[in-house]
Design a protein around this ligand. Sequence first.
Ligand SMILES: CC(C)(COP(=O)(O)OP(=O)(O)OC[C@H]1O[C@@H](n2cnc3c(N)ncnc32)[C@H](O)[C@@H]1OP(=O)(O)O)[C@@H](O)C(=O)NCCC(=O)NCCS
Ligand SMILES: [Zn+2]
Length: 205
Amino acid sequence: MNDPAAATGVRIHPTAIVESGVVIGPRTAIWDGVHVRAGARIGRDCIVGEKTYVAYDVRIGDLVKINACVYVCAGVEIEDGVMVAAHTVFTNDRFPRATDPDLGGLLTSAPTDATLTTRVRRGATIGANCTIGPGIELGEFCMVGMGSVVTADVPAHALVLGNPARLAGLVCRCGEPVARAVAGTVPCGTHRCACGRSVEWSGSA
Ligand SMILES: CC(C)(COP(=O)(O)OP(=O)(O)OC[C@H]1O[C@@H](n2cnc3c(N)ncnc32)[C@H](O)[C@@H]1OP(=O)(O)O)[C@@H](O)C(=O)NCCC(=O)NCCS
Ligand SMILES: [Zn+2]
């Protein structure tokens, strides 16, 4: 699509920069000062909050809520129903340098062989002001507490907190906690939520 705003009900604030080749699904809102780089794809019914940056070729699913000032670097894939709170930063390079001595010049911010893929699975929540390490998978419906630094994969439904983020419990799909970790572990088995759903935990953390 050459004109992302042509999709039904898409709202793009006049101060947002949406580069060529970007695809934006119906009813998605792009707020003020957002920058979406070439080739990014954003699904339907999403909100991209003010001053957020979405890098080249990033994939964002449907019903995704991204708050203000989020940095979504190249290599990030965000599935449906994910929430990313304000000032969260993704990373994609484990040992970064500004320049490549073999090339003798500045690298661009476009993806390179060193770019690691980070996947945020369906329904996950990332709290405000988190840093997500490179090459990480955040499992379905997991929750990352505000201010956390995530350095390892997060299992589905896990609640993780701190720097480095550690298992603190389990959360239901509805967002309510269903178990608290004791000494960093949660008992294996079925953990029931007041909403009627349950979380199966196999102890992987
Ligand atoms: C992680 C979170 C869900 C935990 O909520 P909770 O289960 O009600 O936690 P509590 O407030 O009962 O705190 C439990 C313990 O964890 C600690 N804790 C809570 N959140 C923490 C965080 N983000 N990082 C580190 N420790 C945290 C508390 O200090 C407390 O420690 P203590 O037992 O030693 O006193 C919540 O604190 C959080 O971060 N929510 C996300 C908020 C956010 O970013 N919203 C974005 C949209 S505005
Ligand atoms: Zn529930």
